[in-house]
Write a new protein. Structure first.
Length: 465
């Protein structure tokens, strides 16, 4: 195994090993502080992070506002307090010289305000900000104003070119690196573009090389690229290390650090990771952000698939093949569907899926009354955690709505990610994971349920395993 040479990241030489940011509260002050202390770069999530009460228990994020906008304000306040808290914890653990980054999602509700609030409240504690999901043009200026480095997360050279041309070229001094996140393999939300096929993964080397070539065009040959997604051990990436074609490279890990002593996820989640098999983690498109995401197949995802499968197109008037009347809803309103779809609908209703819910695409899905009630409650309780949400139709624009019908085929990501990171409820929540998660069960390092400390894992990674 080649020796891993230190790399200058956010102003200091560190190991080229990064813990990726994981929301909500999955990479936090404790995990990122330990990673940074072990010599790499730790990233805590600034997405609705936890604050604690006097006994050290996470303060439940309960909302009192009557309107979505009022609750959105509460959410921003929770997020800022949580981000500052985690920054302080991380810095206390890591020590003054370690490198710590905060991760935010550009498409999260109030992203800029939260970032300003966290960086203001955590001045001197954070060295960099990583930011993905969407096109974070403004991150450069914000980082430069606070004198910290910024790390856009992209999934193609094209995306970086657009960011550079529009904004980053004005703030090149603070561009600490570019994270290439493999859109087919990385855990969490994925940046697949419309032209990329979720079923046909493309190998990362040519894509990262294209990114480096683009960066060279802009004079960024010495700026590190951080490879994220599907990196399990570095023995498999030896030809990337010290490769002059690629230039300076660091590696980001999202899934492997889930299984460490400092990782804040529940013991049940850790145990589940040790049982996953190839194919258990896959890309789905149910997220209310509109992005693909990579998560574990469980009852939660299966129910979403089934909900979408019980779906038929309808019209309000008889048009073409939609010539068959179907009565739906408590008042038996008539819609028009194909004769075959009417038979499907009647069969689903017979099975108890009696409630027809309209989607923004002029279709109906059929759910049980209980599920229908829960969907409506979740939509009504929305606290505006995204800049725009397909599930509730919340938008942080002036109108407070996307202008589209709320989509019952999606779900409240805030609710489910808060729940999974603060409870043992694994089957009824979204469980993000990278595609390599099945390797926990195969890697002898984890035999007999061994869970390393972050320090052990960082040392292990340096051996190539
Ligand atoms: C549980 C989980 C949550 C994640 N949450 C985020 C997030 O909030 N923001 C983000 O930019 N990336 C997020 N990621 C992606 C990681 O930061 C990292 O880039 C990715 O997991 C690397 O791929 P790997 O899972 O194959 O190691 C998440 C990943 C996981 C597994
Ligand atoms: S409904 Fe959408 S915007 Fe509202 S809290 Fe849930 S995920 Fe966030």
């Amino acid at each position: 195994m080649k020796t891993l040479n230190p790399l200058r990241i956010s102003g200091r030489e560190v190991l080229p090993l990064v813990e990726g940011g994981k929301g909500i509260s999955v990479s936090n002050g404790e995990s990122s502080g330990a990673w940074a202390k072990a010599g790499g770069v730790g990233t805590f999530s600034g997405v609705n992070a936890d604050s604690y009460d006097a006994e050290g228990r996470p303060i439940p994020q309960i909302y009192h506002g009557k309107t979505r906008r009022e609750r959105h304000e509460e959410l921003v306040a929770y997020a800022i307090a949580g981000g500052v808290t985690q920054a302080q914890i991380a810095r206390d653990i890591a020590g003054p010289d370690a490198r710590l980054h905060v991760n935010i999602l550009w498409e999260m509700g109030g992203a800029e305000r939260v970032l300003h609030g966290v960086l203001e409240g955590a001045k001197g504690l954070v060295n960099g900000v990583t930011c993905g999901a969407g096109m974070p043009y403004r991150i450069a200026q914000i980082a430069a104003n606070y004198g910290i480095w910024y790390y856009p997360i992209v999934s193609s050279a094209r995306a970086f070119r657009a960011l550079w041309k529009r904004a980053y070229h004005k703030f090149s001094d603070w561009l600490g690196g570019v994270v290439y996140e493999d859109p087919w393999l990385a855990g969490g939300h994925n940046g697949l573009s419309n032209s990329e096929d979720p079923r046909h993964p493309e190998p990362p080397f040519p894509r990262v090389l294209a990114l480096r070539e683009t960066m060279r065009e802009f004079g960024l040959e010495h700026t590190p690229i951080v490879m994220a997604g599907g990196v399990w051990n570095l023995r498999e990436w030896e030809d990337w290390i010290g490769n002059p074609e690629l230039g300076p490279i660091a590696f980001q890990f999202g899934t492997r650090p889930l299984l460490t002593q400092e990782s804040p996820i529940s013991d049940a989640w850790k145990k589940r990771l040790l049982t996953l098999k190839p194919g258990d983690v896959y890309l789905n498109k149910f997220s209310p952000t509109g992005f693909y995401s990579s998560a574990v197949r469980n009852a939660f995802l299966i129910e979403l698939h089934e909900r979408s499968a019980r779906q038929i197109a309808f019209t309000h008037e008889p048009i073409g093949e939609h010539d068959t009347e179907l009565k739906v809803g408590p008042r038996g309103r008539a819609v028009f569907v194909t004769a075959a779809d009417k038979q499907h609908a009647l069969a689903w209703m017979n099975q108890g899926f009696t409630e027809a819910m309209r989607t923004p695409d002029s279709t109906l899905i059929f759910v049980t009354p209980e599920r229908g009630r829960q969907i409506r409650i979740d939509q009504v309780e929305c606290m505006g955690c995204l800049s725009a949400c397909s599930f509730s139709n919340w938008s942080q624009n002036e109108e407070g709505t996307t202008g589209r019908k709320a989509d019952p085929r999606s779900f409240c990501i805030q609710k489910t990610l808060q729940d999974i990171s603060h409870s043992e409820s694994l089957d009824h929540n979204l469980m993000f994971a990278g595609h390599a998660a099945y390797r926990f069960a195969q890697d002898p390092y984890y035999a007999n349920g061994f869970i390393p400390s972050v320090k052990d894992l960082v040392e292990r990674l340096q051996t190539g395993d």
